[in-house]
Design a protein around this ligand. Structure first.
Ligand code: AMP
Ligand code: MG
Length: 419
């Protein structure tokens, strides 16, 4: 970790960056963590692989039946004729038929059971009449290989089943088990220290004094960090003064990343950026987004530093758009995919001034005609956290866009795609 995000951006009179520029500049300063550990699959959900996994087996390991029915020799079943075959035995999944199938014979077979030697096709049991130890059927089509799953059809020995940098989700864990892999090498779990700044903040569980508000950011931040499977280190509330901030920064610098909220604007009690400047390196980047401007990005010792604004909706918007991709890269996903954007018809008029990209909160619904519609929630203020709970998506309005007329198309970012 030696690249610094500073360059010319420490200038407070800097030009506004677009969200994409901001994201790219942050990403350019973030390395992929090298520390790794070996974990059993049971503990590996949502971790990132740090080396490819190559299968040492074929899946399936042997040819088997895709149906409950009868394993036959296709050459015994000439076209358009009535066929009678003698049942030589049964092949169960896990208890194969011991012999082989000779001319005029078949074997009763269950789904997943080993194909007996000699047989090369499976007839569905619904397509035959069973008569004591014989089956009869009107042959129309028995093709070689019909209803047979061949060895290696899913995965071949030597195939790369998963790549370095892939996240282990539900399917990936199952896939690893299917090739007999019990343990994987994954990147170390990142520790992310976070705290709120502000003299007005009271922690939940304590009474509110005059002029105080409850600290909600630590709970949204803790949740967003945990959902990325990172280890949240909750450092509480830090007052708006240099000494307390310095102490907190020094303590937090042992983590892989630090996220703070509040104190990054130009108010008389905003000390985060100057403290960062003194103790580490800073790129104070004003990103042209609403809610969200300004954010501070930098580094203290080995820890990445993100100073988010104090307004609760700004914290969430900047985390999803700018912090999350950086944490994804740090934890091993070298090229985190950009958030999904879907088109939807906006059912009401939205107010928008040109200049900054807006992440308005919306409710996305599927209409009777199958098309998606979205409406803006009533209170779009950066401090109105209830708007995030009512909404299920961001309506992303490009910087140059002005008021949106009802019936126009807009791009939305579903919250569910962000998780
Ligand atoms: P700041 O960025 O420090 O100027 O704060 C902007 C606004 O967000 C102010 O109204 C703060 O009271 C509010 N705020 C700051 N931190 C928090 C927090 N942790 N929880 C809830 N609101 C906050
Ligand atoms: Mg403040």
């Amino acid at each position: 970790m030696n690249s610094t995000p500073t360059d010319s951006c420490a200038d407070p009179g800097q030009k506004l960056l677009s969200v994409e520029q901001g994201r790219n500049r942050i990403l350019a300063a973030v390395p992929v963590i090298e520390a790794a550990e070996q974990l059993h699959l049971r503990a590996a959900l949502n971790r990132i692989l740090c080396e490819p996994v190559i299968s040492k087996v074929d899946v399936p390991a042997f040819a088997n039946s895709a149906m409950d029915g009868y394993a036959v020799r296709s050459e015994d079943c000439p076209d358009l004729q009535s066929v009678v075959l003698k049942i030589a035995g049964t092949s169960f999944a896990g208890a194969p038929f011991a012999g082989d199938v000779s001319a005029g014979q078949c074997v009763r077979i269950m789904t997943g059971a080993l194909m007996p030697d000699g047989a090369d096709a499976v007839l569905m049991q619904e397509h035959v009449r069973r008569d004591a130890e014989q089956i009869r059927f009107e042959q129309s089509i028995v093709k070689r290989g019909q209803n047979v799953r061949y060895a290696g059809e899913d995965t071949r020995c030597g195939d790369t089943v998963l790549h370095a940098g892939q996240r282990l989700g539900d399917a990936e864990l199952g896939l690893l088990a299917s090739v007999g892999v019990a343990e994987v090498r994954v990147t170390r779990r990142l520790r992310v220290a976070f705290f709120s700044t502000g003299d007005e903040l009271a922690s939940v569980g304590t009474p509110l004094g005059r002029g105080q508000i409850y600290d909600s950011n630590r709970y949204t931040l803790g949740a967003m960090i945990s959902r990325l499977n990172l280890e949240p280190v909750d450092m509480g509330v830090v007052g708006d003064n240099r000494e307390q901030l310095e102490e907190a920064f020094a303590e937090a610098a042992g983590a892989d990343a630090i996220i703070t909220s509040g104190g990054v604007s130009v108010g008389a009690a905003d000390f985060v950026t100057e403290t960062l400047e003194r103790m580490g390196s800073v790129g104070f980047w004003k990103v042209a987004m609403k809610p969200g401007k300004p954010i501070a990005f930098g580094r203290i010792r080995n820890a990445l530093f993100f100073g988010l604004p104090g307004n609760p909706v700004s914290v969430m918007a900047t985390f999803y758009q700018l912090v999350r991709p950086a944490l994804e890269r740090l934890r091993g996903i070298e090229h985190p995919p950009p958030p999904i954007l879907l088109p939807a018809v906006c059912t009401d008029r939205l107010r928008k001034r040109p200049g900054r990209v807006e992440f308005q909160r919306g409710v996305l619904e599927r209409g009777n005609d199958g098309r998606y519609t979205v409406r803006g929630v009533d209170h779009q203020g950066a401090g109105v956290l209830s708007s995030m709970a009512v909404a299920n998506c961001f309506i992303v309005l490009a910087a140059e866009r002005e008021d949106v007329a009802a019936g126009s198309e807009v791009a939305v970012q579903p919250f569910s795609g962000l998780i």
